[in-house]
Structure formats: C-alpha cells, structure tokens
Design a protein around this ligand. Structure first.
Ligand code: SF4
Length: 198
C-alpha cells in the first residue's frame, strides 16, 4: 500500500489545528503540523503530537463491553453492537414505561465529538426535554453571566484576549503563551508536500 499523507485537522480539542497525517500500510505513523493552516501555522501541542498514542492505545474503547462482575471489579465482556443497542433500548423502554420519559436525562460529553442535533432529536423522540452535558456546568453559565453583566459572552476570554488575541479565524483559548497550546510561529511560508490528500 505504501505511504500516503492526509491533510486534516486535529480534533483532540476545540482549536482544530491543521495537521498532516502520514499513513503507512493502513497505519498512522506520524502526525505533523500544517504550516499553511491559519489556526496553528505548523505548531502542535503535546496532545496533538500524541494523537497516535491516543489512536492505538490498548485501553481505547473501540467496541461495546458489558460489565460482568460488580461495579468497580473491572470485569468486562465484549458484545456485539446489536446486543449493546438492544440492551440500551430495552432499559430505556422499561424506565419510560415505569417512570415516564421525563425521568430520563440525555447527558453528553463536550460538544467536540457529540452531534448535538442528533442528541436533541433522540431526546425528542424519547419524549424527554432533559438534555445536559459538560458545557451546561462549564462554558454556558460563564458565557451567560458575562452576557448578563458585561454585555458580551466573549468577555470570559477577556484576559487572554487582552494580551494575545489578534483578529484571526480562531481565538478559542489558543493564544495563551506558556501553556500546552501551540503558538503559531511567524514562519508563514508554505511547504510543498507531495502526495497530500485533502
Ligand atoms: S491545540 Fe493541541 S489538541 Fe487542540 S487541536 Fe491543536 S494540536 Fe490538537
């Protein structure tokens, strides 16, 4: 199969840094920053550089597991997607019939990987208005308080904006010098890469 280079973005956090992913014989072997990407201009933070470890980590959950022992015992059995979805559907149906659909709250992680539209539609079909996630106890209250008191939700970034923000496509928590966030350099010139796929 040989090696190919795929041009894409890192999705380990919200910054969306541009990357080139080198794939050899179907396996990712290297990740490097895209010098032409406006968000990071070739720089990557340690999390982005460790993307291969995340992808191939032996403890990464790639398929459904059913707990076999007691909670906390660490005993799990691999099951099929059909069995997993069937089990979840049965349990939801039982709760719905016993306690009503509004007894269910659909909780998510951050919006980074979750399709919030689909989650809302799922809750709607389930019959519950209750949706929650990490943003509801993190970003959203902060933004609402800033909106109510200062007049603009973006004020919660005021400190970092004051020192580092310049108008650009992305300011989302990224111009924080001295942290793990990649700081775009001014190298700026484009790098010709052969075999790059967008
Ligand atoms: S800041 Fe780091 S983790 Fe976030 S997108 Fe960029 S490289 Fe990935």
């Amino acid at each position: 199969m040989g090696e190919r280079v795929v041009r894409t973005v890192c999705s380990t956090c919200y910054c969306g840094c541009g990357v080139f992913v080198h794939v050899r014989d179907g396996k990712v072997v290297k990740i490097e920053g895209d010098l032409d990407h406006p968000n990071n201009k070739g720089e990557l933070c340690p999390k982005g550089l460790a993307g291969i470890e995340l992808l191939y980590h032996p403890d990464r959950l790639n398929y459904p597991l059913r707990r076999e022992g007691k909670r906390g015992e660490g005993k799990w059995k691999r099951i099929s997607w059909d069995e997993a979805l069937g089990t979840i559907a049965d349990k939801l149906q039982t709760i719905k019939e016993k306690h009503g659909p509004e007894s269910i709250c659909v909780a998510t992680g951050s919006g980074l990987y979750a399709n919030m539209g689909m989650i809302g539609y799922f809750a709607y079909l389930l019959g519950t208005p209750n949706i929650s996630g990490s943003g509801n106890i993190c970003f959203v209250p902060a933004a609402m308080a800033a909106q109510a008191t200062i007049g603009h939700a973006i004020a919660i970034f005021a400190n970092e904006m004051k020192t580092h923000w310049k108008p650009s496509a992305s300011f989302y928590g990224r111009r924080i010098r001295g942290t793990v966030f990649p700081i775009p350099s001014e190298k700026g010139s484009s790098r010709q890469r052969k075999g790059v796929q967008s």
